[in-house]
Design a protein around this ligand. Structure first.
Ligand code: URA
Length: 246
């Protein structure tokens, strides 16, 4: 997709993860960057990415403004872009993706695993997180304590959390009953620690929590914890369809 405005060549190359400003200036000085078939001599040259043909070392640059990554967040990593002490999800990405300044869309607890969308598309993120949109989120949960149809009914009606808030109806599917029950819970809002607090409201404790879907986006089973991949065009389109332009 072409950019809307002309931008400095060095900024475009930095955005695409081709190196630091210094490294990029060197690339340009060494005539390894061509614009529309001519060596670019000036890092400040204004170009229209996606429209002007930019080549680096003879390879055309496939410009894009946004990236969309699906990460299987491992336990022990914070859903943040930086932290003074803890490892954060962005640390799991290579420089070529970090160059786009992606951030996590919403949060998963440090001890939770599973689907986290990372993007630099603020508009899409905002819409997915908007409390008005009620985008469903599905979790696979291992629960300490017997989970019964009574709990499913309670979640359907909404349960009262520790701060007095009554949740919206949630859908609970019991996959495997027993003292360590395996369940799937779909909720349509995103209060702080919501899944853990919903189970606490019915006297049970979450032992393991993994998000497996956000709206139409389903965690790719091939991704091990800590692994990521780019979303397909179709997945991006389906997320956008949740929020058609007004
Ligand atoms: N609910 C929780 O309790 N924790 C999460 O990380 C997500 C939903």
């Amino acid at each position: 997709m072409a950019a809307k405005e002309r931008q400095r060549l060095d900024r475009v190359l930095a955005h695409m993860g081709l190196g630091t400003r210094k490294e990029i200036r060197k690339l340009i000085k060494e005539k390894r960057v061509q614009v529309n078939g001519r060596p670019a001599g000036d890092p400040g040259l204004h170009v229209l990415p996606g429209c002007d043909l930019i080549e680096v070392n003879g390879e055309p640059l496939a410009y894009r403004q946004y990236i969309y990554l699906m990460l299987n967040k491992p336990r022990g990593v914070l859903s943040a872009t930086e932290d003074r002490f803890a490892k954060v999800v962005v640390d799991l990405l290579p420089p070529r993706y970090r160059a786009f300044h992606p951030f996590p869309v919403g949060r998963l607890d440090k001890d939770a695993e599973g689907l986290l969308l990372l993007t630099n598309d603020g508009k899409l993120a905002h819409q997915l997180l908007s409390p008005k949109k009620h985008v469903p989120k599905t979790y696979y949960v291992v629960v300490g304590g017997m989970v019964t149809e009574n709990d499913a009914e309670a979640f359907r009606r909404g349960v009262i959390l520790d701060d007095g808030y009554r949740t919206m109806p949630g859908e609970l599917k019991i996959l495997s009953p027993g003292p360590e029950a395996e369940v799937e819970l779909t909720i349509f809002e995103g209060k702080y620690h919501q899944v853990k607090r919903m189970f606490a409201a019915v006297g049970k404790k979450v032992i393991y929590l993994k998000r497996i879907a956000i709206g139409p986006l389903v965690l790719d089973k091939l991704l091990k914890p800590g692994e990521y991949r780019e979303l397909t065009e179709e997945e991006i389109e389906r997320l956008r369809e949740l929020n058609p332009p007004a």
